[in-house]
Design a binder for this molecule. Structure first.
Ligand SMILES: [Cu+2]
Length: 142
């Protein structure tokens, strides 16, 4: 009986360890944001989200305490050759897959910055998932 109890305790501790490392199975890598030139109050953040779990995750938005708003965007080229951006309602990160937010593609648009983004400092933001979890991200400012 005591032995059985010990085993359940260790399983419990083990699951706690896994939980602490990655509560959702998602890992964010290479997060960076662009420094803002004087007078500009918007910027973009880039990152790669790796899904190590066997279920899909859906990113439905972003949050940035240093700005009025943060949105999922994608650069697009219009038929007349001009460039613009569109607002993405969601970005799916497939099981055992990854999604890159990179220049010329997807980005986290940061709007209404309350302070300038200075090269060498960090920008904190979080990604919001459809399951109501939030993934904290620290982006190095380039
Ligand atoms: Cu944008």
């Amino acid at each position: 009986m005591a032995k059985k109890f010990m085993i359940s305790i260790s399983i419990l501790l083990l699951s706690f360890a896994v939980f602490a490392e990655s509560p959702h199975g998602l890992v964010v890598k290479e997060a960076f944001a662009r420094a803002t030139p004087p007078g500009l109050t918007s910027s973009a953040a880039y990152l790669t989200v790796i899904n190590n779990s066997k279920e899909d995750f859906v990113i439905i938005g972003a949050n940035c305490p240093m700005a009025m708003a943060a949105e999922l965007h994608e650069d697009i080229k219009n038929s007349d050759g001009s460039a613009s951006m569109k607002h993405l309602r969601q970005v799916r990160v497939p099981a055992h897959g990854k999604v890159s937010f990179a220049p010329m593609g997807k980005h986290i648009m940061i709007m209404g910055l309350k302070q300038a983004l200075v090269k060498g400092k960090e920008l904190k933001l979080s990604l919001l998932l459809s399951n109501h979890q939030q993934i904290p991200v620290v982006a190095k400012i380039h």
